[in-house]
Design a protein around this ligand. Structure first.
Ligand code: GLY
Length: 412
């Protein structure tokens, strides 16, 4: 009882510290060592509070065959079974928590939710197997020595085998699993698929078919060529004729309009290009990542939290877009050789992180399961707007982990 009270007190103090320092309208990082130190302390406090959220979430969800997707306005998770595209994010978040804390309870929970996803390996109806299996089994292989690694690898390879079947040789892309309009002979492709390429790249390096890495490269090159406009904004969907491979049209599924840029879709592309560079070391992908990232940055308000659509008159923030983007930026900054440019990106990710660990985005009540508020699940299908999302929490904790490795555990 006393221990529980002490933990609660610690969390309360941490929350107050996180929130009390968050009143700067604009964050200017690295103007002084003292300011940098204060920021690191706030990140540490945000980690403590995030871990408490996850502890609450496990107690609230209880059943490892259920996975959070987004939350209701009262901050309770909506739960789905393993078939949902979002199912990998919760085990992934638990793995990030294990990495951040070293606390074996998070590993136990992460394993439970990870292993109950294994029934999805043969789902040929999903283009999101990369999300599902990299966040869960993939993180397990990276973060844990206490798993059956051979078995986990086999599951990942089986999932990659299934995903690779979506590759369309005559268009050079993996097909989307959905569209909202019918066009004759259409193969739709969405920008989100960039996030699933890592499973193919990983598998090609870990006993799978080497040609899967070629599928990933071709998909990424074609995505940049066909989805990115001259001003480096992007389409969400491109539809191809399955016989000729010609483009039928370019449009959106989740943004405000066919000529607008849906911010989360754009963030998925930035992140995907960074991953392509990590695996291939082909400078083309780093160049694409930087170009797409510059466009994203140019559209951000002062606090670094993206609107759900960069061109919409409806000014609704989508925290998930900035959480995905900031995690990609932290990794990308490591690859940039030009010192001035690297500093500009480092400055930018501090601005975004500063907002994410602040009110009204960071949830202070640790009795609630989610960590971040104010994402948009689908604006165009108004089921969940201005609510927590499982993917926002996952990429936020991944970003915090990356930040911690880079700035807190080292002297940089
Ligand atoms: N369709 C995936 C997403 O909502 O980001």
């Amino acid at each position: 009882m006393m221990q529980t009270l002490t933990t609660k007190m610690k969390i309360l103090c941490s929350t107050l510290l996180v929130l009390s320092s968050s009143s700067f309208a604009t964050f200017t990082f690295a103007t002084s060592t003292q300011q940098e130190q204060q920021f690191k302390q706030r990140v540490d406090k945000a980690i403590t509070v995030s871990l408490a959220h996850l502890e609450s979430s496990v107690q609230l969800i209880k059943d490892p065959t259920l996975f959070p997707t987004y939350a209701e306005k009262d901050l309770t998770w909506t739960l789905n079974t393993s078939h949902k595209w979002t199912a990998g994010f919760y085990p992934g978040t638990l793995w990030q928590a294990y990495k951040l804390s070293g606390d074996k309870r998070y590993q136990t929970w992460a394993k439970q939710w990870t292993e109950s996803l294994a029934d999805q390996v043969s789902d040929e109806g999903s283009h999101d197997l990369g999300f599902k299996f990299m966040c869960s089994f993939g993180n397990a292989l990276t973060f844990s020595n206490d798993i059956n690694a051979a078995n986990y690898k086999q599951i990942m390879l089986a999932a990659a085998t299934t995903l690779a079947k979506r590759y369309q040789p005559n268009i050079g892309l993996l097909s989307s699993d959905w569209d909202d309009e019918y066009f004759e002979n259409s193969i739709p492709v969405v920008s989100d698929i960039m996030m699933n390429l890592e499973l193919l790249l990983w598998a090609a390096e870990n006993g799978g078919d080497k040609k899967w890495a070629e599928y990933a490269k071709t998909h990424a090159l074609k995505t940049y060529q066909d989805f990115v406009r001259k001003d480096h904004s992007s389409y969400h969907i491109v539809r191809y004729n399955k016989n000729s491979g010609q483009i039928i049209n370019k449009a959106t599924l989740q943004g405000d309009g066919n000529e607008s840029t849906w911010s989360r879709g754009h963030a998925w592309m930035v992140y995907g290009m960074v991953v392509m560079y990590r695996y291939t070391k082909d400078p083309t992908f780093l160049n694409y990542a930087q170009t797409l990232a510059d466009y994203f940055i140019s559209q951000l308000p002062e606090n670094g939290i993206a609107m759900w659509d960069f061109n919409s008159p409806i000014l609704q923030p989508d925290v998930s877009a900035s959480a995905i983007f900031v995690s990609a930026l932290i990794e990308m900054s490591d690859y940039i050789k030009d010192k001035k440019e690297r500093q500009r990106i480092i400055q930018q990710y501090h601005i975004i992180l500063n907002s994410l660990i602040s009110k009204p985005y960071f949830i202070e009540d640790t009795n609630k399961a989610p960590i971040l508020d104010k994402s948009v699940h689908y604006y165009t299908k108004p089921s969940a707007i201005d609510v927590p999302a499982s993917f926002a929490d996952y990429y936020f904790l991944e970003a915090i982990n990356r930040y911690k490795q880079k700035h807190i555990l080292t002297t940089e």
